[in-house]
Design a protein around this ligand. Structure first.
Ligand code: PMP
Length: 397
């Protein structure tokens, strides 16, 4: 048997990627799967960004770039942070990577020592905990309730912090719940952090533009938190550029320098052509990005109503991102063909194999009573998916 490194036993493959793989395999067998498992805009990248990439190829931007990205790209990121978030960063505080995922990895690898505690409010995005475990940190989950729209309260945060706490990680808008922290909610958390100056914060803002309730707020805006916050963002979601691979972090200079050092040994810089296109995305018009958000909003209204009409599902209206995260506990203990549905994993497999609709178990996000349904899909697919789901759930007795 092949002897692999011990660290592999500490982490697992994302359930989201596993489900997407399984759906792809079933599709390859000719089965008509409605795939609502993937967190990816179905739109094409806006034309002006694609044109910038073509121009970059023709102009010969095909060589290695600085590890942290072209200087004018980092300047463009700084411009974006000032324009959208009112935050001042120098290009030296910005490190561009192959995606928000790599930026989070750079930050966690730069901060977490073995034994350090990292607080993660749940439900949360699957990758956070696995990166902490890779660094032999100790994951401290804080369960957030549906009654509080799945957001951590200042009291919960205060109670979770110990002398060993090194880092707090969260996303707003949140994958998988769609929760968006308001300015007042962030201010209340900031007050707690003010009492604990040794704690770093990773603020994952990749869904910044996909917000249905108002202006996006960053925790880095509060007090002196900018000095220990690592903002994570990128182009994947807001500009429909998942395949281009570009993310970035904005951080205090020492963390940015550390992230650059780590990245210099893993991947070096991301693609030169993507970087040139990113300058156009970050400094150009946002009309096409906002048009996509308007579409997501229509889909949200549709799927929220449709899922609310299915008996047994407990649904809250998401404030951002493009996921529904209904509670499905009413179906636990029901059965079909003599098989009992014990949990959300069983329910997802039942829906996939019997009704050909792919969604992700909430267990993947530390919320085993829920399932995640992505509505980054056409209205036709959503309508068909909901129809199949209603039929499948209706047959469970
Ligand atoms: N953070 C969150 C919360 C996400 O949902 C995702 C993508 N699913 C990422 C980060 C990673 O994005 P990227 O494609 O930029 O690596």
């Amino acid at each position: 048997m092949t002897q692999l490194a011990e660290r592999l036993s500490r982490i697992s493959e994302p359930e989201t990627i596993k489900m997407a793989k399984l759906s792809r395999e079933l599709k390859a067998q000719g089965i008509d799967i409605v795939d609502l498992s993937i967190g990816e805009p179905d739109f094409e990248t806006p034309v002006h960004i694609r044109d910038a990439a073509k121009k970059a190829i023709d102009e010969g931007f095909t060589h290695y770039t600085p590890v942290a990205g072209y200087a004018d790209l980092r300047q463009a990121v700084a411009h974006k942070l000032k324009r959208d978030n009112g935050l001042e960063y120098t290009p030296e505080q910005i490190v561009v990577s192959t995606g928000a995922k790599q930026s989070i990895a750079n930050a966690v690898l730069s901060i977490v020592n073995p034994g350090d505690e990292v607080i993660i409010p749940t439900p949360y995005w699957v990758t956070y905990s696995e990166l902490v475990k890779l660094c032999q940190g100790v994951v401290k989950f804080v369960p957030c309730s549906i009654e509080n729209k799945y957001k951590i309260t200042p009291e919960q945060l205060e109670a979770a912090i110990t002398p060993a706490t090194r880092l707090f990680m969260f996303s707003s808008p949140c994958n998988p719940t769609g929760a968006v922290y308001s300015k007042a909610e962030l201010a209340a958390l900031a007050e707690v952090f003010a009492r604990h100056p040794e704690v770093f914060i990773i603020a994952d803002e990749i869904y910044e533009y996909i917000n249905y309730v108002g202006k996006h707020e960053s925790i880095a805006q509060f007090g002196d938190l900018k000095d220990r916050t690592i903002i994570i963002n990128g182009l994947s979601k807001g500009f429909a550029m998942t395949g281009w691979r570009l993310g970035y972090l904005a951080a205090p200079p020492a963390i940015a320098k550390a992230a650059d050092k780590i990245q210099s040994q893993f991947t070096s810089a991301t693609c030169s052509i993507t970087q040139r296109a990113a300058i156009t995305a970050l400094t150009g018009e946002l009309t096409s990005a906002m048009a996509m958000v308007a579409k997501f909003k229509e889909r949200r209204a549709f799927i929220y109503k449709a899922l609310s009409d299915i008996p047994g599902l407990k649904v809250i209206e998401p404030e951002g991102a493009f996921y529904m995260f209904p509670d499905v506990t009413a179906f636990f203990g029901t059965s079909y063909d003599g098989t009992t549905v014990k949990n959300a994993d069983d329910l997802c497999m039942y829906l996939l194999h019997k009704f050909h609709i792919s969604v992700v178990t909430g267990a993947a996000f530390q919320q085993p009573g829920c399932i995640r349904i992505s509505y980054a899909n056409s209205m036709e697919k959503l309508a068909e998916g909901v129809k199949r789901m209603a039929e499948g759930l209706g047959k469970l007795k």
